[in-house]
Design a protein around this ligand. Structure first.
Ligand code: ATP
Ligand code: MG
Length: 291
């Protein structure tokens, strides 16, 4: 993937542990990148559709990522604009059907990579929010399409064990697929008032070294509220501590994971590639994000 599409960085947010902050980090990392004027596509690859809901986008009869993976819709007709300058490839529970039929498909784990290849050079960043099942075909799709996997680790009890277990699952998937993206660790839900959390963070840095970002996402009431109003933190509370945490993460991501070559400057966040596509020609859906 990194060889064939050098102008885009595809980051998948993964962990088989539920509730560790994958969706929160995916939505707000995408929002923070977009706030910097970067072109970002957020792919909701979870049948729970939490990222879609967190951006206030509710699907009715429109196609979702499931139809794209099943070749029943094109990626361009499925992407929709979301708040904060993010473009969203939305999910709904039909994604569970893809998991069910995938056994009958040829190379089902390569479907997302194939769909993303159809985007040309529209985005510098693709952020993929994964379900809490690291051994399934959806996570396999994300890993196969990724230039880097971001392992999201809640800085709570059993965090290190959970992270190491997740890495073992990735290794098994990678061996099957013959491709393993590099992994970077992001600590989340950090409460610095807790001695345990502070010690755990030190232990995680000791274990993962340069493979762990210096930024840790702290627990924040605003981050917990943001999905209910359907906005990324940069729209809801741009001067908040939580927005500052994501700005700090973006600094590191830009410094370490930016696409290797850059053929065009990033577009302003106000005109998304989806809007550009709409202006260019083919009839586009009129659906808009609920903002
Ligand atoms: N930094 C944070 N501060 C406060 N609350 C947070 C933070 N990160 C996540 N949460 C909250 O924790 C819960 C789980 O977060 P999230 O949905 O991002 O996890 P997840 O890993 O995507 O879960 P799942 O495995 O179900 O997809 C949510 O209620 C979310 O609002
Ligand atoms: Mg989630």
């Amino acid at each position: 993937m990194s060889d064939t599409r050098p102008n885009v960085s595809v980051l998948s947010l993964v962990n088989q542990k539920g509730g560790c902050g994958k969706t929160t980090t995916a939505v707000n990392l995408a929002g923070a990148l977009a706030a910097r004027g970067e072109t970002v596509l957020l792919v909701d690859l979870d049948p729970q559709a939490h990222a879609t809901m967190a951006l206030g986008c509710a699907l009715e009869d429109e196609p979702s990522v499931a139809e794209v993976l099943l070749d029943e819709a094109t990626i361009l007709e499925t992407i929709q604009p979301a708040p904060g300058g993010i473009d969203l490839l939305p999910a709904d529970p039909r994604l569970g059907e893809f998991e069910e039929v995938s056994e009958r498909l040829l190379n089902p784990e390569q479907r997302l990579a194939r769909a993303l290849a159809g985007l040309g050079e529209r985005y510098r960043w693709v952020i993929v929010d994964c379900p809490p099942r690291a051994d399934g075909v959806l996570c396999a799709n994300a890993l196969f399409a990724s230039t880097t996997a971001l392992l999201i680790v809640e800085t709570g009890a059993f965090a290190l064990q959970g992270a190491l277990q997740a890495l073992r699952v990735f290794d098994q998937t990678a061996e099957r697929q013959g491709y393993r993206p590099p992994v970077k660790v992001v600590g989340t839900l950090f409460d610095r008032r807790t001695k345990f959390a502070r010690e755990l963070l030190v232990a995680m840095h000791g274990r993962f070294g340069d493979d762990m970002f210096d930024t840790v996402i702290r627990t924040s009431v605003r981050l917990r509220e943001a999905p209910a109003v359907g906005l990324p933190i940069h729209e809801l509370a741009p001067t908040s501590r939580a927005a500052a945490d994501f700005d700090s993460l973006v600094e590191e991501v830009l410094a370490q994971l930016a696409p290797k070559t850059k053929t065009a400057p990033p577009q302003a966040a106000t005109e998304s590639p989806v809007d550009a596509e709409r202006a260019e020609g083919p009839a586009r859906s009129t659906r808009r994000a609920r903002t």
